[in-house]
Design a protein around this ligand. Sequence first.
Ligand code: GBH
Length: 571
Amino acid sequence: NVPAGFVRRKDFGSDFIFGSATSAFQIEGALGEDGRGQSIWDTFAAKKNLFSPYGEDAVNHYKKYEEDVKIMKDIGFDAYRFSISWCRILPTGKKESRNQKGIDFYKRLLMNLKTHGMEPFVTLLHFDPPQALEEEYDGFLNRKIVDDFCDYANICFKEFGDQVKYWITVNEPATFATLGYVYGTHAPGLSSLNANYSDSSSSKKQLYSSSTNYATSVAPYLPSDDDNDDHDQDEEAASDDDDEASIFPPNRFSVHPPKKNDMMNMSSGVKGNSVASPVSQEVLPATVPSKKISVKDPSEYPYLVAHHQILAHAKVVKLYRDNYQSRQKGKIGIVLNAHQLIPLNKRKRNQKAAQRATDFSLGWFLDPIVNGDYPENMHKYVTKGYLPEFGADKYMVRGSFDFIGLNYYTARYVSRQASDGGNYITDQRAKFHVKRKGVYIGEEQGAAGWIYGYPRGIMDLLVYIKEKYNNPLIYVAENGIDDPDDDSSTHWKSFYDQRRIVYLHDHLSFVGQAKQQGVNVKGYFVWSLLDNFEWDSGFKSRFGITYVDYDNGSKRCPKLSASWLKSLLAK
Ligand code: GBH
C-alpha cells in the first residue's frame, strides 16, 4: 500500500461521498445488442473511425459490469456515477419504442450496486441522444426534444427511481453545445465556424475559415463599449501575452517552471503547448449534414442547443418533483463543467474578459437555473437575436436543482480579444492562454493536451460558486487526468501512474480547503473508474484508475492510483 499523503478520508467528514464516474457510451460496448438503438455517437464515431484500432467493445462493461462493481467495492468507494443510454431504453428516442432488455440491464446493474452497498448517481444524458431524433427533427436544435427527454426520464424514474437517490439530468451541456455545434469535434459534428453560410443580413459577421486557428488569430479591432472605462494608450500598445502574473500569489502547485515531460516520461504523445482556448480542438472542416438543418444560421446553433438542454433539464426536474420526489426521496441536479479562468494580468480589460468567459461557460447554465435568466454578459455580447428568451419558462427554470455537479480538470489565463462578435467564439471577446511569461499554468499535462493541472482552481471555483450562486449543495462529479495509450512494452508505465496520484491528491486537498471555507461540497468523483473511449480522442487517452487491456479481452487491472485511493479511503 502507498501512503495516502496529506489527504485523509476523515478530513472530509462522515457524510462526504467518494466515488468514481463513467458514462454509457464510453464504457458499455454492445452497441447492437439487446435491441439498443443508435445514438448520435454511434454514427459520429463510425464516420470518424474513432473506435480504431480496438473496436467498439474494447471496454465491454455491458458484459463485465459485475467485475467493475467489485473493483469499486475493493477500492472502497461509497458511490458510482454512471449514465443511462437513452437509446437502450427507447431505441427510437420515443416512448412508444420501449425496450425491456435495455431496462433490465440497468436494473441488474443497480441491484448489483445495492448488493455491494454502492450509492448510484445516475446521469440521464451524457452526450448520447438517439440518432433517430436527429433525423426526425435535428435533435437538440429543436425544442421538441424537451418532451421526448421528459418521456424518457419518466420511464427511468418509474423503473429505477426506487433505487436511485441522486439523479443528474444532463452532463456538461456547455461541452455538448460547443464541441457538437461550434467546433464539430463531438457528435453531431456540426460547426458554426466555417459552415457555408451566407446571408446578406449577416455579411458583417466574422466567421473564421477552416484553416484559421481561431485561438491565435487576431480579429480586426473594433471598439466596443467594453473598452470605454479602461482605455489607456500605453496599455493598448503593450502585448498582453508577455505580461507577468501579478494578481495571484504564487502557490506551490501552479507556478513551477514547465517540465517538458513528467517524471515518468508518460506524456511523450502530447500535442505540445499550442492549447490556447477552453476548447482547444482543432477546427475541423464542418461536417456536411446529411439533410438540411432547419436552423438557418449555424452561429445560432450553440445558443439554441444550450437553451433546449436547459429547458429539458428544468422540465425533467419539475416532473421528478411533481410526481416522484416525495415518494422516492431522491435529489436531482445537473452536472456543469468549468475551467478556472484567470485574468492574464491585473488589467481591467483582462479581468473583464475572464469574467465574460466564465459567464459564457459556467454562467451560461448556472445563471438560468439559479436566477432564471442568462448572465448579463451574454445579453450584452451574444450576437443580436441569437440569445433565446426564457419568457414564461423562467419560472420552471429558476431553482430547478437540488444540487450542482461540477466537473473540473484544468485552468486557463484569459485576455481580452477585441472583436465585433458573430459567433460563440468571437462573441466572448476573450482569448485563452496556457502560459504567461513562458510558464505553464499547470505542471501536470494530460495526454490529450488540454489538461494542465491547476489544483487550487477547484477550490477557487467552488468558492466562486458558493459566493455568487447562494451556496448550493455541490458534488465534484468529475476530476482526473489522462495518460497516452501504450503498447505491451510500455504497459508498466501506465500502471505506475504516480502523476495521477499527485494530481488527485492535490485536487482533493483543495476540495478539503474549500469545505473549510464553508462551501457545501458533499462528494468527489474521480474520472474515471476505467480507461475508456475518450470521445474524439478515441482510445488514445486513458483516464482510468483501472487499466483496461484493450488487446487482451478487456482485462482490468488496478493502477497504482487505485491502490493509493484504497489506502486513502481506508483512513
Ligand atoms: C468530460 O468532459 C466528460 O464528461 C467525460 O465524458 C470525459 O471523458 C471527461 O471529461 C474527460 O475528457 O481546454 O479548451 O483545450 C469532456 C469534454 C473535453 C470538454 C476537452 C473540454 C477541453 C478543451 N471536455 N475540452 S480545452
